[in-house]
Design a protein around this ligand. Structure first.
Ligand SMILES: NC(=O)c1ccc[n+]([C@@H]2O[C@H](COP(=O)([O-])OP(=O)(O)OC[C@H]3O[C@@H](n4cnc5c(N)ncnc54)[C@H](OP(=O)(O)O)[C@@H]3O)[C@@H](O)[C@H]2O)c1
Length: 214
């Protein structure tokens, strides 16, 4: 059992929070306004708590970052950089801009030579960011019901942190594909754009990616 500090109060934070509880972990969800999470807390049981961003960051031996992408750097400051030193930070964020999609294609505020996770990793060099959970919709994040195991593309600079995240993904019914260091987030973050096109144009939101190799 691990202590998981989840930064966020939205769908992703609540979904992953419930997933970690289901798999026997202790969870604290962090928000700037705990009243948003009163219902989640009621359903969470004895192992689910809520607190501030810094409470949740301090609590977690593993941290999940699940905030609006454009506010992720601000969130790191509120979490307190000292609460992240040496810890694995599962980064589920996507750098989605506020502008509307074009023909179902989301707009990003990053570019193909610099990802959001690189900005976050540079802001807290002593933390071990691992991109994960960003390329699928929240309903499929925990033990999805596909006929075959879907693939979660992950990346990050620290191998131990990636191993830790792979074990969690295994519990959550995913195979993980390690696609390299932090710069690989330049390719993994846009998978969110690809995933969302099918949603916006076909109103179909239940798919996931699978990596085939031979
Ligand atoms: N929705 C999905 O299915 C999905 C799938 C994959 C990845 N993602 C990514 O996961 C992340 C979370 O998505 P979501 O849909 O659950 O929620 P969201 O609406 O994108 O974000 C909500 C969170 O952002 C925080 N936030 C907003 N403004 C802030 C600010 N100025 N400073 C600090 N924090 C701020 C909120 O904090 P408070 O709690 O304090 O209000 C809240 O916890 C996003 O980056 C999204 O792109 C989403």
């Amino acid at each position: 059992m691990s202590k998981i500090g989840i930064i966020g109060s939205g769908t992703v934070a609540q979904t992953l929070g419930a997933g970690f509880l289901k798999h026997g972990h202790e969870v604290m969800l962090g928000t700037r306004d705990v009243s948003k999470l009163s219902e989640w807390k009621l359903g969470a049981g004895a192992h689910g708590q809520t607190g501030s961003f810094s409470d949740a960051a301090k609590f977690g031996t593993i941290i999940v970052l699940a905030v609006k992408g454009s506010k992720a750097k601000e969130a790191l400051d509120l979490m307190g950089h000292e609460n992240m030193v040496g810890k694995t930070i599962i980064d589920a964020t996507n750098p989605i801009a506020d502008a509307a999609p074009t023909n179902g294609v989301l707009k990003f505020f990053t570019n193909l030579d610099h990802s959001l996770m690189e900005t976050l990793q540079a802001a807290v060099p002593d933390a071990h960011f691992v991109k994960a959970f960003n390329s699928v919709g929240s309903p499929s994040m925990v033990n999805p019901s596909f006929d075959i195991k879907p693939t979660m593309f992950i990346c990050g600079n620290n191998d131990n942190a990636k191993n830790e995240v792979s074990k969690i993904l295994d519990q959550f019914g995913w195979e993980s594909a390690d696609f390299g260091k932090v710069e690989s987030a330049r390719a993994i973050e846009p998978l969110c754009m690809l995933w969302c096109i099918k949603g916006f144009t076909q109103n179909s939101w239940t798919h996931a990616f699978k990596l085939l190799t031979h």
